[in-house]
Ligand binder design. Structure first.
Ligand code: CA
Length: 763
């Protein structure tokens, strides 16, 4: 091809990208005209299923039109299993998925032409036996100084063209090359050329339409993720090699998690972070910063608190923030994934240069590791941000997503689409993407958004593969969906199936809602803010969902303390402080601080893995904003001046974290005899706003013989009988002071209303 022709190819593929909006609207008009039929889809290689909107007494007739070969064929009506579903048989099996096929359906009066779709075919052995490529292919780009190889999978595409660019933003196309189609939808191209540092994307033609898309296996891109950089981690990090010794060696049972958004840490004027680092990966690791009172901020503040891992809200490349326009307020949580294996550009100092986002994220992780802090990534494989304009849909239409019974995108994520982890190529994709994050950046753990959209088999495969890389990996997820999903409940990685996923924890919404009130009714209180009706749920949640209230396994979904994440607040919904304002209005700031202490005193002594929402240690507010996903920095950022009036709260959490780290007895669950290591103190359940536990050390590794943990959330004074010997107070309502030995008790302790008492007995 001449250079002019090559430029024209680029021009037209760019035009097709630009005209997506118009195509979509013309498609929807077409759909309105053909509303008597929901879809026509291949179901095996010789049968087409058509679904009509109303029951048809007389079978319709069907003609298959092949626009690639200009042939038409009338099909035999085979059966209508229900009067809405009609099956038609082809004379010959379809052997070429890349042909542009439509069907013309005649219901006796009118003819409707519709695309022949494949979503019902992808799970059939006629597809899985013939179109899945071997597991040995390394997808993406493999550059060396001599040659560059590109591999991509699409059994449906009729043409895939590589487009090359000088930069990652807007330089014109300078060369393009067709890829060669091999067996099972594997397309390949090797150029005898050093292309390291150039950018690329693909033009992919499916059913006669060409779209430009980013390689799903891209590891970094230029601005807004539209062009991938030709590189490898070794090249990006200048030859540096990584090994498993670089992970943080904190096992899940010892983890204490702190959930943070990159921007929130350093945007506020209440911290003196360097202006150029604010909101960036590198701002996370700036040290020596303070508020106006000279108190530590940023990383120093987190280190002082003593958590083991920072869990970051999405840091993969998401869609909502325009990376080319960062001077505006550009806050977003980032739950709209674009490129799953690429770092988000807006957190780097230069989104245009694909190397910069990789190197700055790597520097952040390395630096946190040097400070002894692990990194957990919030990953959102359950849906894509854009969907009809996402690379998955342009590459193999309908393959990567689940469809509902009408052939529309199903909505298990609540955002308009859901991915299909049970399909082999997406399952492999999730595993490969996660392995990339683990091996390239030494990410220590992953939090799976709406994990119940994924299937159990995929989640267990992920755990197995990641544990092989890092035996300390911390894995957990939301054990629920965001809407109804076609994935059968018994296959779903949902909360109640946790016991089938031994290496993955689920968020314990029972302790969350039990302690502060049901999350969907902000006015409702929980145990801590004085609701006697939630005692059972609070107790079940506090004990790590290991036993039901009667000490039995019925309803319990956890087997080990590490099966659940103990928490009362997170980025979703009100901050904990804002929740007190909603549920128990009119109290003093000091009273709210008391509630805030008790809530996480319970979280930090619970057997589950404790999780703190950033800022909860200083009464963070979002001024009542319960869904701040795109609210301005002024709402979301951490206000460090709050530290000046919340020191008792911070110190309480800090000291209790230290005690948890030093005492394995808190991390005990069920004993070999089936009893819970946390014994409910006799008589303490008579008052629903009172809980008391005795925990004896069965680990043989604790310096303490045992502890009493007493939480009195109500108005009554209680006396708790203590077992033999002397017990020493290590925490009361306002202080955790493990060295305080003068407060000792024998026989019993009297606990005032609305107070905490925790005691220990040394060995
Ligand atoms: Ca982005």
């Amino acid at each position: 091809m001449t250079r002019t022709a090559l430029l024209l190819v680029g021009f037209f593929s760019w035009m097709s990208l630009l005209s997506c909006g118009r195509q979509a609207s013309s498609q929807s008009t077409q759909r309105e005209n053909t509303m008597q039929f929901y879809y026509a889809s291949l179901i095996n290689n010789q049968t087409i299923e058509v679904k009509s909107q109303v029951a048809l007494d007389k079978p319709p007739t069907l003609e298959l039109i092949n626009h690639t070969t200009n042939q038409r064929a009338t099909l035999t009506h085979k059966a209508h299993p229900a009067k809405l579903l009609h099956h038609f048989t082809l004379e010959q099996p379809i052997s070429e998925l890349s042909h542009h096929l439509t069907v013309a359906i005649n219901n006796g009066t009118t003819t409707h032409e519709m695309p022949l779709r494949l979503f019902k075919f992808y799970d059939h052995p006629d597809f899985t036996n013939h179109y899945l490529p071997p597991n040995t292919i390394q997808w993406g780009v493999m550059p060396t100084t001599e040659s560059t190889t590109f591999n991509i999978w699409s059994p449906t595409a009729s043409d895939i063209t590589l487009n090359l660019y000088e930069d990652g933003v807007n330089s014109p196309l300078y060369e393009s090359y067709p890829l060669t189609r091999g067996a099972r939808g594997h397309w390949q191209l090797t150029l005898q050329e050093n292309l390291i540092g150039r950018y690329y994307n693909y033009s992919v033609t499916n059913a006669g339409q060409t779209h430009t898309l980013t390689d799903p296996y891209a590891i970094t891109t230029g601005t807004n993720g539209r062009r991938a950089l030709i590189t490898t981690p070794e090249i990006a990090f200048r030859g540096r090699r990584f090994d498993s010794n670089e992970f943080i060696k904190v096992a899940p049972k010892d983890a204490i998690l702190y959930e943070l958004h990159v921007r929130d840490l350093s945007m506020s004027a209440t911290t003196n972070h360097s202006e150029d680092l604010r909101g960036k990966f590198l701002g996370v690791v700036q040290t020596g910063t303070t508020n106006q009172y000279g108190q530590s901020t940023g990383l120093d503040h987190i280190k002082d608190l003593g958590v083991t891992h920072i869990h970051f809200l999405p840091i993969y490349d998401y869609n909502s923030v325009d990376e080319g326009n960062l001077q505006d307020n550009v806050f977003n949580w980032g739950y709209d994934p674009l490129n799953y294996s690429v770092p988000e550009g807006s957190y780097s100092s230069n989104p245009a240069d694909g190397y910069v986002r990789m190197r700055e994220l790597k520097a952040m992780v390395d630096n946190l590791h040097e400070h002894g802090i692990g990194v957990v990534m919030d990953v959102v494989y359950n849906h894509t941000g854009p969907v009809t304009d996402h690379y998955f849909q342009h590459l193999v239409p309908d393959y990567y997503f689940r469809m509902d019974e009408f052939g529309n995108f199903s909505n298990g994520s609540g955002t308009g689409n859901e991915t299909a982890s049970e399909r082999e190529m997406f399952r492999r994709y999730m595993v490969d993407s996660l392995k990339h994050w683990a091996t390239t950046y030494q990410i220590d753990g992953f939090r799976f958004d709406l994990m119940a959209v994924h299937d159990i088999e995929t989640m267990n495969l992920i755990a197995q593969e990641l544990k092989a890389i890092n035996p300390y990996v911390v894995l957990y997820g939301e054990g629920w969906t965001g809407g109804g999903s076609p994935l059968p409940a018994h296959l779903s990685a949902t909360k109640t199936n946790t016991y089938q996923m031994p290496d993955i924890a689920v968020f314990n919404d029972d302790i969350r809602d039990g302690l502060k009130g049901w999350v969907f009714d902000a006015k409702e209180s929980g145990f801590v803010n004085g609701n006697p009706e939630v005692h059972a749920r609070a107790l079940f949640g506090y004990l790590g969902a290991l036993q039901n209230i009667d000490g039995h396994g019925d309803g319990a979904y956890a087997k080990l303390p590490t099966d659940t994440i103990a928490y009362v607040s997170a980025h979703d919904n009100h901050t904990l402080y804002d929740r007190w304002l909603e549920s128990v209005p009119g109290e003093s700031f000091e009273e709210y601080m008391r509630l805030q202490i008790m809530a996480n005193a319970m979280v930090l002594t619970s057997p589950g893995i404790p999780f703190l929402h950033a800022g909860v240690e200083m009464m963070r507010t979002k001024n009542g904003d319960e869904n701040s996903y795109k609210s301005p920095d002024s709402t979301n950022q951490l206000d460090y001046d709050l530290k000046n009036r919340t020191q008792p709260l911070f110190n309480y959490y800090k000291n209790l974290i230290q005690i948890r780290k030093n005492h394995p007895l808190f991390k005990q669950g069920l004993l070999p005899n089936g009893n819970h290591a946390f014994e409910i103190v006799k008589g303490s359940q008579e008052d629903p706003l009172f809980m008391a536990f005795r925990v004896i050390d069965h680990t043989n590794s604790d310096a303490w013989q045992g502890v009493y943990l007493i939480f009195n959330a109500g108005e009554n004074t209680h006396t708790v009988n203590l077992s033999g010997g002397e017990w020493r107070l290590f925490a009361d309502t306002w202080q955790v002071t493990p060295d305080l030995t003068e407060s000792t008790f024998r026989g019993s302790i009297t606990v005032e209303p609305k107070s905490i008492a925790m005691l220990y007995q040394p060995k």
